[in-house]
Design a protein around this ligand. Structure first.
Ligand code: THU
Length: 139
């Protein structure tokens, strides 16, 4: 799988972000172990607290399709005034890191934060969520 393809899917998914309150639009694209890509975007709510991040939107959408094993996620986020070239890398929040942990091996899951199709940084989930708590701990 080409990383650029995953980044491109995240940038495209960002167009569907519903963020009238923060005006901060995020797109995420998850590469599942079966080779498919599942995307998500942040969906805000007038209550604010009911807002869901793009990464969780993508992760839960994949889970709803029966896909419970992820190998990579690309994320693209920035203010609505920013279009193709984002000013910063959007890192997943702590809750989203924990949700990704549920469906991946943290040493293997690639987390790609992108400003554009040719400008991105790559990490493992383990780097972003060290010493994590996962399904094995409660078996
Ligand atoms: N947001 C995400 O979609 N992903 C993150 O990891 C951090 C924050 C969204 C939630 C909210 O709609 C907006 O960005 C501002 O916090």
């Amino acid at each position: 799988m080409d990383i650029k393809e995953l980044v491109s899917a995240a940038i495209a998914a960002r167009q569907n972000a519903y963020a009238p309150y923060s005006e901060y639009l995020v797109g995420a694209a998850i590469l599942c172990d079966d080779g498919s890509i599942v995307t998500g975007c942040n969906v805000e709510n007038a209550s604010y607290g009911a807002t869901v991040c793009a990464e969780r939107c993508a992760a839960f959408s994949a889970a709803a399709q029966g896909k419970r094993s992820f190998s990579a996620i690309a994320i693209a986020g920035g203010k609505s005034s920013e279009k193709d070239e984002l000013s910063d890398y959007a890192y997943p929040c702590g809750v989203c890191r924990q949700v990704l942990r549920e469906f991946s091996d943290p040493a293997k899951l690639k987390v790609i934060v992108a400003r554009s199709i040719s400008d991105y940084r790559e990490y493992t989930l383990e780097e972003l969520l060290p010493n994590s708590f996962g399904p094995d701990h409660v078996k």
